[in-house]
Design a protein around this ligand. Structure first.
Ligand code: ADP
Ligand code: MG
Length: 300
């Protein structure tokens, strides 16, 4: 069955500041959507709001997954229903090893070993789903996924993201995704700061899940990753909404004409000010992350 994340007229912000201004977007399984747009247009805010980061306040519109009101659910509940967010700035979690973190996350989501990626949880009570994974099976799957992501197996015993390089953190985000097999993934600049080899590995990870049971919203500034992970749809975000949508041809068009063109299309006279980088192009590191840690449930 196709699954569908449906965003209608979404307005949201933080600390009294409105960032999303009536955004519409639908992402279905089987589809890869690229989301582009200048710094500060609200891409990471959208990712955080969809994932249920409690630091953000929704002031209008709706988000549903297969008709179920998503905004009423906690971050953990959203993850259990098959949503995954790869952070632009992955958080370091000292004291929790990669191995323990992923095992706990998998037990909570109970991802079957070799079924389609659109398998959801079997019951809604996390406690009922614990312990369904043998250590042997788990380690085998983890090692296989790590080999695929060309990551050293020694990472299993390291604390999550602690002291990881930028590229290692991004690989880790994709490794988690490969293990958890979400139905819908939001990948927030998983390509930023990567050299070309690391970029290829990250793209390979996304392409591995690509198929009927998997949909993704790939937030990026660059054409490079879209050469590896060909998007079905491309959207351009500007000042809190999607101002332009199209097919893959839009990527080259943007590359040629720049975001000034987008500002122009959006009818923005103050575009010079609007697209100056404000020097802080994301908030994940500053926003409360408690809810996200409980998603994986392994932080204890
Ligand atoms: P993008 O990911 O497209 O670069 P963001 O969603 O990170 O954009 O940010 C959108 C706007 O919201 C920016 O102007 C940013 O400075 C602002 N913003 C985001 N988070 C906060 C916050 N915690 N406090 C104040 N302003 C914020
Ligand atoms: Mg961002």
């Amino acid at each position: 069955m196709k699954r569908s994340l449906n965003i209608r007229g979404l307005s949201a912000g933080i600390e009294g500041k409105r960032i999303l201004e009536g955004l519409d977007l639908e992402v279905k399984t089987g589809e890869i959507h690229a989301l582009m747009g200048p710094n500060g247009s609200g891409k990471s805010t959208l990712a955080n709001v969809l994932a249920g980061n409690p630091a953000y306040v929704v002031s209008g519109g709706s988000v549903d997954l297969d008709g179920e009101d998503f905004l009423a659910l906690s971050a953990s509940e959203r993850a259990l229903r098959g949503l995954y967010l790869a952070f632009q700035y992955p958080v370091e979690i000292p004291g929790v090893t990669v191995g323990r973190f992923l095992k706990r996350a998998l037990e909570l989501r109970q991802v079957p070993a070799d079924t389609a990626t659109d398998s959801g949880p079997r019951t809604s009570d996390p406690r009922a789903r614990e312990g369904g994974l043998s250590m042997g099976d788990y380690v085998k799957r983890l090692r296989e996924a790590m080999a695929y992501m060309e990551m050293d197996q020694a990472f299993i015993n390291r604390y999550l993201n602690q002291g990881f390089s930028g590229g290692e953190k991004k690989r880790m985000e994709i490794l988690q995704m490969l293990m958890l097999k979400p139905s819908i993934a939001i990948l927030d600049e998983v390509d930023s700061g990567l050299d070309i080899d690391a970029l290829k590995v990250v793209a390979k990870g996304v392409n591995r899940l690509r198929g009927e049971g998997f949909g993704a919203l790939l937030v990026t500034h660059y054409q490079r990753i879209l050469d590896e992970v060909a998007p079905d749809f491309v959207h351009v975000m500007y000042k809190g909404k999607i101002v332009l949508s199209g097919g893959p041809e839009l990527v080259g068009e943007l590359e040629r004409r720049g975001y000034d063109w987008v500002a122009e299309l959006a009818g923005d006279d103050n575009r010079r000010n609007a697209i100056v980088d404000d020097g802080r192009d994301g908030v994940e590191s500053g926003a409360p992350i408690g809810a996200f840690v409980t998603v994986a449930g392994g932080a204890s």
